[in-house]
Design a binder for this molecule. Sequence first.
Ligand code: HEC
Length: 133
Amino acid sequence: MGERDATFRSRTLRQVGVAILLTVAACKPPPDDRVSPSADAVERGKAVIERVSCGSCHVIPGVDWPRGRAGPSLEGFDDAGLLAGALPNTPANLAAFVRDAPAAKPGSTMPAMPITAAEAQDVAAYLYGMKDE
Ligand code: HEC
């Protein structure tokens, strides 16, 4: 194999890599395709967020206090392509992540939270339903 072949091949691989990244980024469904969360789930989710104080680490629209900054602001989070920069932003991934971030995303610095799987789904409903300030 000549040097030119090797260069060509690595360039092709790079292009394939970029194409895969673009495909993953495009995977987020448009907002209309998302299951719209029920008002009850949104209310319950907010109560869970307040009970376990997600706000101690995050600025969260609709949660006035606390508004910690150890974690990223969740404003506009629902429009982000990737959850925590790593996972497709789907309701199932979000629920898994907010309950046990290190299990959902190895190496995540967000600690596992003391909430049930059902509560995690309500929290996800709140986070997708919130209006940014
Ligand atoms: C001790 C601080 C802390 C607490 C408490 C905490 N988080 Fe986090 N959170 C973080 C950190 C740090 C990150 C970034 C982790 C990463 O990227 O893996 C994060 C990331 C996130 C993300 C991804 C944000 C994005 O831009 O993609 C969401 C959503 C989230 N947290 C929701 C919650 C919810 C809901 C709760 C409460 C159930 C909560 N967090 C409690 C520290 C915290």
